[in-house]
Design a protein around this ligand. Structure first.
Ligand SMILES: Nc1ncnc2c1ncn2[C@@H]1O[C@H](COP(=O)(O)OP(=O)(O)O)[C@@H](O)[C@H]1O
Ligand SMILES: [Mg+2]
Length: 299
């Protein structure tokens, strides 16, 4: 049984890709109303864990409970129906659709019209669609997007696209929102705004937030609890202060960093993110080098 007050609970979740165990017996729990972060070097399994939570992939072992209900193995849209939404490390917008249309996609899970009505575009459907459009406009304003509703999502700067993704997630009325590297590719000013937005989502809208984040200043400033992954496993968990001074965590970061620095020049060593203790180096690290071999669009 799920413990009272827990919005999310996983037990011994395992996800493998061939011989690689990307997530290894991960047990995790999160209370409703919190802002928690998952951190860890590139390839630690963070995104894979999110994929399992959001129904994008089915774990081979373990259990996932959302608001007490088993959700492992459910399809992504079913998970969304239960009021869990997410954004992606590699932005996934419909680049050829407008911003408003992209946001409305998120609302369709809440539009309870049946397929026939949708095809016939009945009066009721049109009324709902109008409502969804108005809601999309409100959400745009909420996430700080102005005057871009009719622009193609793909034409927006990177930081704005991340906001659109958050707005689309909000349109599905989540109680739990998973954000996969919401500040990746952002400059320092955008990063600060995005951080404030995440706080507002929780403080004003009451949404529980779980984020994967590589910018340690963001992590340390907004997380109430931090879970550290390395090689698919949870290696530490605690409050920001505890994590920053945890030797295993520092080793996981510095080990990678030293190895990377030995292998090449320049900023390669920063790719796993700054160590949580956070030497506050440079704006470079903040905007640059989102982890992973992911396609990165410069801001
Ligand atoms: N679809 C996939 N097929 C094969 N291997 C994958 C797949 N997705 C992720 N991996 C591997 O799983 C490990 C964890 O990746 P990922 O979850 O993206 O890490 P993180 O988000 O922590 O950087 C990496 O070694 C990655 O290469
Ligand atoms: Mg990732």
């Amino acid at each position: 049984m799920a413990e009272a007050g827990l919005i999310l609970e996983t037990k011994d979740v395992v996800k493998r890709f061939g011989g690689l165990t990307a997530v290894n017996k991960l047990s995790f729990a999160m209370e409703k109303g919190r802002i928690c972060s998952i951190i860890g070097p590139n390839g630690a399994g963070k995104t894979t864990f999110f994929n399992a939570l959001s129904g994008l992939s089915k774990p081979e072992e373990g259990e996932i409970r959302f608001e007490g209900r088993r959700i492992d193995g459910l399809a992504p849209e079913k998970v969304m129906d239960l009021h869990m939404a997410r954004t992606f490390q590699n932005i996934r917008l419909f680049g050829g659709m407008t911003v408003v249309e992209n946001i409305m996609v998120g609302a369709y899970t809440r539009l309870r019209q049946n397929a026939v009505q949708t095809v016939l575009r009945t009066r009721a459907f049109k009324a709902e669609e109008k409502k969804a459009e108005a809601r999309a406009e409100d959400l745009m304003a909420y996430v700080g997007l102005k005057g871009v509703g009719n622009e193609l999502a793909g034409s927006l700067p990177y930081g704005a696209q991340r906001r659109v993704e958050i707005a689309r997630a909000l349109a599905s009325e989540p109680r739990l929102l998973l954000l996969d590297e919401p500040t990746a590719g952002m400059n320092p000013a955008e990063t600060e705004e995005a951080t404030n937005l995440v706080k507002r989502l929780r403080d004003e809208l009451g949404i529980t937030i779980l984020l994967i984040e590589h910018d340690m200043r963001v992590v340390m400033s907004i997380s109430e609890s931090i879970t550290v992954m390395d090689h698919g496993e949870k290696i530490a968990e605690g409050k920001p202060g505890e994590i920053a001074s945890n030797p295993r965590v520092i080793e996981a970061y510095l080990g990678r960093r030293a190895a990377a620095a030995g292998g090449g020049a320049g900023s390669a060593g920063d790719r796993g993110g700054n160590p949580p203790g956070g030497d506050a180096e440079s704006a470079e690290n903040r905007g640059g080098n989102p982890p992973g071999g992911d396609a990165v669009v410069p801001s």
